[in-house]
Design a binder for this molecule. Structure first.
Ligand code: ADP
Ligand code: MG
Length: 246
């Protein structure tokens, strides 16, 4: 069996007449940790949203867990069941407790019995170290705690890959570390991860490969050491010089 979890081949996407992605190629293998960075508007979110079909691509091919994503597919839910996603703004259900946020998808989408869904939810809330928050509502939690709930909620579906879209960029600085630590611990456990982030310390410590995007294209793809110490492209260099200033 193939160990490829996500394969994007010559993927292009347009919003109307605007081309947001141009001939993107990326292969993600089981257990790999990929970090995607690049300036605002370079297509990072668009790319990973194509991986769980939150956006449709118009050219090229995307295959996720062996399923090819295309406009006539009927089983989008099948794809999404196995692809966890964590957003910048958490996107928790505000009217549900933390526990219910974690139980809902397994019960409603996978048909997991309630008792088992609760057990799994508590297990993953323990895993992100906030079991004591289970009966609160999202608004009663700090940003860092909410993001850890969002991670636990995704894990409850037992996905084969986790996508992160700038998970720490709307957090107050003192909460960034707790979320990065949670992500690092997932990585240590072997989770396959695609992380859009500008946390370069995380990229250095955790990523197998760093991808730099600009203007809808993958400009550079390298192991962290090469990426940071020896970028091949001027645009990568410029981006790094900007971001490392802060
Ligand atoms: P990034 O995540 O790297 O900041 P995005 O993938 O969000 O970039 O956006 C890439 C480009 O596509 C940007 O120019 C953005 O304005 C445009 N774009 C994103 N979403 C939409 C949309 N729903 N409709 C039209 N244009 C969009
Ligand atoms: Mg984005």
């Amino acid at each position: 069996m193939s160990d490829i979890v996500i394969e994007a081949a010559n993927v292009s996407k347009w919003y109307g007449t605007f081309r947001a992605l141009t001939d993107v190629n990326l292969t993600v293998r089981k257990g790999e940790r990929i970090v995607i960075c690049g300036p605002s508007g370079s297509g990072k979110s668009t790319l990973i949203r194509c991986f769980n079909r939150l956006e449709a691509h118009q050219a090229g091919e995307i295959t996720v867990n062996g399923m090819r994503l295309h406009s006539k597919m009927r089983n989008v839910t099948e794809v999404r069941k196995n692809v966890g996603m964590v957003f910048q703004h958490f996107n928790l259900f505000p009217h549900m407790t933390v526990l219910m946020n974690c139980m809902a998808a397994p019960m409603w989408i996978k048909g997991v019995p309630e008792a088992q869904a609760r057990k799994t939810a508590l297990q993953f809330l323990e895993r992100v170290r906030i079991p004591e928050q289970a009966n609160k509502y999202p608004a009663q939690l700090s940003g860092g705690q909410q993001q850890r709930v969002a991670i636990a909620r995704s894990l409850c579906m037992e996905p084969s890959v986790m996508l992160f879209d700038e998970p720490t960029s709307s957090l107050d600085p003192e909460m960034v570390a707790e979320v990065l630590e949670t992500m690092s611990s997932l990585a240590r456990d072997g989770m396959t991860m695609v992380c859009v982030t500008h946390e370069m310390g995380f990229a250095r410590a955790v990523a197998d490969r760093v991808i730099f995007m600009d203007a809808g294209q993958v400009v550079e793809e390298a192991a962290p050491d090469n990426f940071f110490n020896n970028p091949r492209h001027e645009r990568t260099n410029f981006f790094l010089s900007q971001i490392l200033k802060h």
